[in-house]
Design a protein around this ligand. Structure first.
Ligand code: C2E
Ligand code: CA
Ligand code: CA
Length: 746
């Protein structure tokens, strides 16, 4: 993985970490809120459990108290009747009375004691009754309770005569009787109750004493912790005879609720012990279920999220690979180049880097000749060479098609040229061992970045502009971007855009330059030359727009326009009865792309009824060197003659003119380029022209000398019998009216 890719990855990973952290916090928040509401619910349930326990225990305690009060009141009533009956305890009636009462009131035994130590027991015998604490209590004037053999309770009341205690009456009940009562059914068997005295000693308990034994422990041992305060409070309350309820954790860890309720009759307390989860047992289950559902949902959500993240990361990695790695060469893609370059330029001073492009000349030819596989292989190979030629901190990437961009840390033109030459030499080095060398040629463009803030697209555009602006002779050298390139492109764009409206508004004018017959010394023809009279820019020279319109085919429209104008003017002259002479019109090579281009010219000429032989079409010599077109050009020249047009070979001698052309093509005229006559002082130059004129005469081809400006040239041309002359010597190209004047028609 390349450095820049690693950096991209680091940035992505940092982003991912932030996302995961945010997610983690979110999940923690959800968990916290869920916990808080669960805790709140638990607290509420505990509170209502306490209230419920207190209510039930209240009810129970008042039942028990009623029962105890009833027992003591029954005993008091019996005692009252007894005192009224008599005091002799041996009396048969007393025995009978108590026996009856025992049965009615369901006492196990009944006992009467007087202050003199006499006692009467009805039912089961009661030993040592005088020593029992309850009995002694009753002798003090209070209600008393004593426990016989652990299974029987002896309730006792004082017998008053006036204010004086004269005896004690007692009745026994089995302990079970009370146990049944205090076994609370209300808690579905989950609670336990017992009766204790004010000091916390258990007085009556259900059979299972164990929890209360623990409670005893708590009373005795518990000294610290949260329960200590509650227990202390309870002890205080019990002394005062006040009710209360609190929850605590038992020694074995179970959460319990303890309710203590005052039983007035004997100043006891009903202690009720209920597990704290009595009610919350159900809700706990639901809470646990809710927790499980929430946790499960979060887990599922996380799993889903991680799966999505995984897919997303994989896709992203794939996309990154597609975007940043060039598919064909495996090197840096243009997208990556742009990102990386932008980053480098952020901190770069001006004139530090140069962006260059190299473009394989005729790459399409490689594809066509050897197949696209070989083409791709070539691109891959070029990329490898570029990669090993760039230094640390420089870049090499493939742009579109066969363009390779380089960012070099160089600012001198010679250094950049040398670096590019070295790269190209390295690329072509494979030929050293090749049997049939195949040299790759490159167009090269470069732009020294003088403004690091510049948009990358503009930088690349400028490099491409430089590359495409090279001239023929610059094929294998680097062209450096110049501001004028852009200006020219802008201007060209503007002119192209203006063409349709200019044609419509007839901003193009046709000028005529006379051709003079040297022998006769009078006008024998004229060449139509177009001028662009722009309302804003003024006169635009054909040099500025003809080559441009040649490039994009617009020239054909313009040529037709000029041709029609010429026909219109000829028609007018004809109608005016002028002595007409041939007018030549320039024809771009672009027309030959359309095999039927002649039809439109014929149509126009016929339309204006131009007599045959009056129109001449000028073809530049470059058209004759296009191999593919030779047959087509020959055919079209024949067609021109058939249709009544003459044909001339323009600019002969400006390029690679060949005498063979004269033999090969049936042209009527050759126009010798002005270059031939520029230096007439040299005999060799004069000889060449003389020979050409001589040859043309033999071939019956007319000759026109172009660009003639001096009398000397005229003299020479007359001498060698050149047929016609066109040049400033006679006249510049003229607008119609001036031309008419020049000819002498006005
Ligand atoms: P060309 O066809 O070779 O036209 C002759 C050019 O030489 C004209 O330039 C003319 O003004 C110039 N010239 C004539 N006599 C002299 C002279 O004594 N000395 C000098 N120095 N120059 C002379 P112009 O009009 O600027 O046209 C330039 C070129 O533009 C033409 O070269 C022709 O190739 C092209 N052109 C002009 N009008 C049209 C047209 O309607 N259609 C096409 N396709 N090309 C045209
Ligand atoms: Ca011409
Ligand atoms: Ca010419």
């Amino acid at each position: 993985m390349k450095k820049w890719q690693r950096k991209e990855k680091r940035i992505l990973q940092a982003g991912m970490k932030v996302q995961i952290a945010v997610l983690g916090i979110l999940i923690l928040l959800i968990a916290a809120v869920t916990l808080q509401s669960a805790f709140g619910l638990k607290m509420a349930v505990e509170k209502s459990t306490k209230a419920y326990v207190r209510d039930v225990a209240d009810q129970l305690s008042s039942d028990i108290d009623d029962r105890l009060f009833k027992i003591s009141r029954e005993l008091l009533l019996v005692g009252d009747s007894l005192l009224r009956t008599g005091t002799d305890l041996n009396e048969r009636e007393v025995k009978e009375y108590l026996g009856r009462k025992r049965e009615i009131l369901e006492f196990g035994s009944m006992i009467v004691l007087d202050t003199e130590g006499r006692k009467l027991v009805i039912g089961d015998p009661i030993e040592e009754a005088g020593h029992l604490s309850g009995i002694q209590n009753s002798f003090q004037g209070n209600n008393g309770v004593s426990f016989l053999d652990g299974q029987t309770i002896l309730y006792s009341v004082p017998l008053f005569r006036g204010n004086k205690v004269v005896g004690v009456l007692g009745g026994t009940r089995s302990k079970e009787n009370m146990q049944v009562l205090i076994q609370p059914g209300s808690f579905n068997g989950h609670g336990l109750s017992c009766i204790a005295d004010r000091n916390g000693n258990v007085v009556i308990s259900p059979t299972d004493l164990e929890p209360f034994m623990k409670l005893d422990d708590i009373f005795k041992k518990e000294s610290g912790g949260a329960a200590a305060g509650n227990i202390h409070q309870m002890q205080e309350n019990m002394k005062k005879g006040t009710d209360g309820v609190f929850s605590f954790v038992a020694v074995d860890g179970t959460q319990l609720i303890l309710s203590y309720n005052y039983l007035e009759t004997y100043h006891w307390f009903l202690l009720t012990l209920v597990p704290a989860d009595l009610i919350s047992y159900e809700t706990d289950r639901y809470i646990m279920q809710t927790f499980a559902i929430v946790a499960g949902t979060i887990l599922l959500f996380l799993l889903l999220l991680f799966a999505l993240l995984y897919i997303y990361r994989n896709n992203r990695r794939r996309l990154e690979h597609i975007a940043f790695v060039d598919e064909v060469t495996g090197g840096m893609s243009n997208a990556a180049f742009r990102i990386k370059l932008k980053e480098m330029l952020k901190s770069a001073e001006k004139n530090r880097y140069t962006v260059a492009v190299i473009n394989i000349c005729n790459f399409k030819l490689i594809n066509e000749s050897f197949g696209s596989r070989e083409g791709d292989k070539t691109l891959r190979y070029c990329m490898e060479v570029l990669q090993r030629n760039v230094r640390k901190g420089e870049l090499a990437a493939r742009g579109e098609e066969d363009n390779f961009f380089l960012c070099l840390e160089e600012n001198r033109q010679e250094a950049i040229t040398a670096r590019l030459q070295a790269v190209i030499a390295d690329i072509n080095s494979f030929n050293r061992t090749a049997k049939n060398p195949y040299y790759l040629f490159f167009r090269q463009g470069a732009y020294l970045i003088d403004d690091p803030q510049m948009d990358i697209t503009i930088i690349q555009d400028r490099v491409m502009t430089a590359c495409l602006n090279r001239q023929e002779y610059e094929e294998n050298t680097c062209v450096f971007y110049d501001f004028h390139f852009t200006q020219r492109i802008k201007q060209e764009h503007e002119l192209n855009a203006m063409l349709p409206s200019a044609l419509e508004n007839r901003d193009f004018q046709v000028y005529f330059q006379p051709k003079v017959n040297l022998r006769k010394g009078k006008v024998a023809g004229a060449e139509a030359l177009v001028r662009w009279q722009n309302p804003e820019k003024g006169m635009i020279s054909p040099e500025d727009f003809i080559p441009l319109f040649e490039k994009n085919g617009n020239i054909c429209k313009l040529d037709c326009y000029v041709f029609e104008e010429v026909c219109r003017i000829l028609d007018q002259w004809r109608k005016e009865g002028r002595e007409l002479f041939p007018i030549s019109v320039n024809l771009s090579r672009q027309h030959f792309k359309n095999p039927d281009f002649m039809e439109q010219f014929v149509e126009i000429a016929v339309n204006y009824q131009i007599p045959k032989g009056l129109l001449e079409l000028e073809l530049t010599e470059s058209i004759f060197f296009d191999d593919k077109g030779i047959a087509l050009v020959r055919e079209n020249i024949d067609k021109m003659h058939e249709l009544g047009f003459k044909c001339s070979l323009d600019d002969f001698g400006s390029g690679f003119s060949s005498l063979g052309l004269l033999k090969e093509f049936d042209v009527d005229t050759i126009k010798l380029d002005r270059r031939f006559f520029m230096d007439m002082s040299k005999p060799k130059a004069r000889d060449v022209v003389e020979c050409l004129i001589d040859l043309s005469r033999r071939l019956k081809v007319q000759t026109v000398a172009e660009g003639i400006e001096t009398g000397e040239q005229i003299e020479f041309l007359k001498r060698i019998q050149c047929d016609m002359v066109q040049g400033y010597y006679y006249s510049r190209p003229l607008p119609v009216e001036e031309f008419e004047k020049w000819v002498g028609w006005q």
